[in-house]
Design a protein around this ligand. Structure first.
Ligand SMILES: *[C@@H]1O[C@H](CO)[C@@H](O)[C@H](O)[C@H]1NC(C)=O
Ligand SMILES: *[C@@H]1O[C@H](CO)[C@@H](O)[C@H](O)[C@H]1NC(C)=O
Ligand SMILES: *[C@@H]1O[C@H](CO)[C@@H](O)[C@H](O)[C@H]1NC(C)=O
Length: 422
């Protein structure tokens, strides 16, 4: 595998070697516009409470009628000072699934938004990458754009309806040059499904390259555990019911489930005291029933599974940068207390969050496909978030963005120089 990857990288690097010299003196104008698509939890969320809000405790209603306040990211300092606010946060952060409409929405009386669309200001955890890009000439709102979204939902047509015009206007502000899409984690799954939802001609016109960081196009095993055990975001003072509701009310939680095409028949969840029942990615429906979440079955079957039954190549050039060799939860074994107990965890290869099978799905499915340019770079020992936070990895990402930009040079003096990647 390792050797194979190196070979792929070497071939593609030689194919895309830039034509140096032709564009001298035009450095700033060489930049292709960049659009950043963040992962789960990496967009700010704001909320306001209307008169219709019914607080679970009086203090939760204190901000009624007071206008917008920051819901996400959590201010953990403030939460430690006032632990009684944690259940308020959990209540306001939870969505509601309307089974009749088969749709998700905010709880009654809670209105939310993801601010600063089109800017990098609404992104969380991208500061280092943004700083490095700015140090190499990029400017927020001119050549660099952020596409934050409400990460509790996923394949919201609403988001795609904003992302497409953002990409088009990023291009038109930059002399019609196509953009480099840079996505991380769940953002990769969104960016990928977004590309598939656009006509091929649109993709080729507007997207020069997609740089996928820590892409999990097959979900991850921890996604099952989150639905079984709930999610507390590191908050103290949350009842189990609140963590379960937080996890299960989010549409994106179903997007994180391991997919059959990537995980196959591997046992992912085991319950030894219940006749050793095992759940693979083929038994998600049974699993959702077993954990007491039958309401999840329909949206899973109608809204999520159909999107991930195949992984066709997006047919725009892709660079996939992944970590490897970090111990990652691979099997959850629930004991005598069933799904309410603490599971034993068996670990396997991955980036600490995402299992190797999911990280390599891009390579497995797209390498060798005619017309699909693919470069895969593995970073042994790199964790899931390192491409945004660790200097060495951030620099590699920035270098990659500039590298793919060099393969399309538009030079004012010599006219258009195009060096297509083979
Ligand atoms: C977080 O809360 C603390 C304590 O209430 C406050 O001093 C601080 O300004 C808050 N931080 C942000 C970013 O709002
Ligand atoms: C275990 O399997 C046996 C035999 O198939 C069955 O009779 C029993 O009900 C099962 N127990 C549970 C807890 O599912
Ligand atoms: C489950 O499998 C283990 C290991 O194979 C075995 O020791 C145990 O008896 C089994 N338990 C049940 C309830 O079948």
């Amino acid at each position: 595998m390792g050797l194979y990857t190196l070979a792929v990288v070497a071939v593609l690097l030689s194919a895309s070697r830039p034509l140096r010299g032709n564009c001298a003196g035009d450095v700033d104008n060489d930049l292709l516009p960049v659009v950043l698509v963040p992962g789960y939890g990496s967009s700010q969320l704001e909320a306001r409470l209307t008169a219709a809000y019914e607080p679970p405790a009086p203090r939760c209603g204190a901000r009624k009628g007071e206008g917008w306040f920051r819901l996400w990211p959590i201010n953990h300092t403030a939460m430690r000072q006032n632990p009684a606010d944690a259940p308020c946060f959990a209540d306001q952060m939870s969505l509601v699934y309307d089974a009749v409409a088969d749709d998700y929405g905010d709880a009654a009386g809670v209105v939310t938004r993801a601010p600063f669309f089109a800017s990098t200001r609404g992104l969380i955890g991208w500061d280092r990458l943004v700083e490095q890009l700015e140090a190499t000439g990029y400017r927020d709102g001119e050549t660099l754009f952020g596409a934050p979204y409400d990460f509790r939902y996923s394949v919201a047509p609403r988001y795609y309806g904003r992302l497409a015009p953002l990409i088009e206007s990023a291009s038109s502000r930059n002399r019609g040059r196509p953009v480099v899409l840079v996505a991380h984690s769940q953002g990769c799954a969104l960016a990928y499904q977004f590309l598939l939802s656009r006509p091929l001609a649109w993709r080729r016109r507007f997207v020069k390259h997609a740089v996928l960081l820590s892409a999990a196009l097959g979900g991850f095993v921890e996604g099952m555990n989150i639905l079984a055990a709930g999610m507390d975001y590191g908050l103290p003072n949350l009842a189990r019911e609140a963590t379960i509701r937080l996890a299960r009310s989010q549409q994106s939680a179903l997007w994180r489930l391991p997919t059959p095409i990537v995980f196959g028949d591997r046992p992912l969840v085991v319950t030894p005291d219940n006749n050793n029942t095992t759940y693979s990615a083929h038994q998600i429906t049974e699993f959702l029933d077993a954990i007491g979440f039958p309401e999840g079955v329909r949206p899973y079957l109608t809204r999520v599974l159909p999107l991930w039954e195949a992984l066709p190549p997006p047919m725009v050039p892709v660079t996939s940068m992944i970590g490897a060799g970090v111990s990652t939860p691979e099997t959850f074994v629930y004991g005598g207390d069933g799904f309410t107990g603490r599971p034993k965890v068996a670990y396997g290869d991955g980036d600490g969050n995402i299992n190797m099978a999911s990280l390599v799905a891009v390579e497995k499915e797209w390498s060798g496909v005619e017309g699909q340019v693919l470069k895969v770079v593995r970073f042994p020992g790199a964790h899931h978030g390192d491409f945004l936070t660790v200097d060495f990895a951030v620099k590699k990402v920035v270098a990659e963005i500039h590298e793919v930009g060099r393969s399309v040079k538009l030079c004012s003096k010599t006219g258009m120089q195009r060096r297509a990647m083979q």
